[in-house]
Design a protein around this ligand. Structure first.
Ligand SMILES: Nc1ncnc2c1ncn2[C@@H]1O[C@H](COP(=O)(O)OP(=O)(O)OP(=O)(O)O)[C@@H](O)[C@H]1O
Ligand SMILES: O=C(O)c1ccc[n+]([C@@H]2O[C@H](COP(=O)([O-])O)[C@@H](O)[C@H]2O)c1
Length: 231
């Protein structure tokens, strides 16, 4: 492994495209983290999870992929894909190794991770290894995902711990051990559900989400009840 850079924002001026080119030219494999989510809204739990996995797995880049139509959330309202996409761009903009992909929101129909991974493989080429980052709640459900038998050939799966979702290796013993890793990340008891409820109740979400996301939600009037006079 060659020289590695820090992963925090504003530590260096190189772009992820340059890093990618350098690594591919040196014949090394490019390590791409894939953080899929509905991001309604994106919050610091997502960002910390991505940053921790990136550091532990020595990733070159993490691409955030907002879902188009999250079929397992069909029983509830989900904000417009463009709002969720823009919030994801705003939240990740300051980190040179974070990027955002439209593959899921531009593909018609329900979003399936098997399609996400195939699209990214095609886009990034054969020298790229994919690491799909997911929370403990989601990792337990992977076998209910479409094309589950193909998923582990396409990517390594990293399940991050999440407050309120106790998880041990026993919980993933039904999954292929060499393709799924559990990682403990600093516990942030934040969920998008809670952020939406707070906005609806006019409670603060400062510091649960990046500042730009607070402002974007306010500007677009997201998560307010239609009956709210200021909505
Ligand atoms: N606080 C957190 N810590 C670790 N992982 C998280 C956290 N919040 C979400 N994740 C993981 O990030 C991925 C995308 O999450 P998602 O966009 O559904 O957010 P969410 O907070 O779980 O949303 P909602 O409350 O609306 O279901 C999922 O794999 C989820 O498990
Ligand atoms: O492929 C599937 O069938 C599938 C089912 C549920 C969730 N996922 C993916 O898991 C990620 C987190 O989903 P969510 O709904 O918790 O935001 C996101 O990338 C989804 O597309 C994928």
């Amino acid at each position: 492994m060659g020289h590695r850079h820090g992963f925090g924002p504003a530590q260096h001026e190189v772009t992820s495209t340059q890093l990618r080119r350098d690594r591919l030219h040196s014949g090394e494999r490019y390590r791409l983290g894939v953080m899929g989510g509905t991001f309604d809204p994106i919050h610091h739990g997502h960002l910390v999870a991505a940053s921790e996995v990136a550091a532990k797995f020595d990733l070159d880049e993490v691409v955030f992929v907002p879902t188009g139509i999250p079929w397992q959330k069909a029983n509830r309202d989900v904000s417009a894909a463009e709002d969720r996409y823009l919030m994801t761009v705003i939240a990740t903009a300051s980190n040179p190794r974070f990027s955002v992909s439209r593959v899921d929101i531009d593909r018609p129909g329900n979003t399936y991770t098997v399609d996400t991974l195939k699209d990214l493989r095609e886009e990034r080429g054969p020298n790229t290894d994919l690491y799909f980052i997911t929370g403990a709640d989601a990792v337990r459900q992977i076998l209910t995902w479409r094309g589950a038998d193909e998923l582990f050939d396409l990517a390594q799966f990293v399940g991050v711990t999440r407050p309120g979702v106790p998880m041990t290796v026993d919980d993933i013993k039904h999954l292929p051990g060499d393709r799924v890793t559990l990682l403990e990340v600093p516990a942030l008891a934040i969920s998008s559900t809670d952020c939406r409820a707070r906005v609806e109740e006019r409670e603060p979400i400062w510091y649960l989400v990046p500042d730009g996301i607070v402002q974007y939600i306010q500007k677009r009037g997201l998560y307010r009840l239609a009956a709210d006079p200021d909505a």
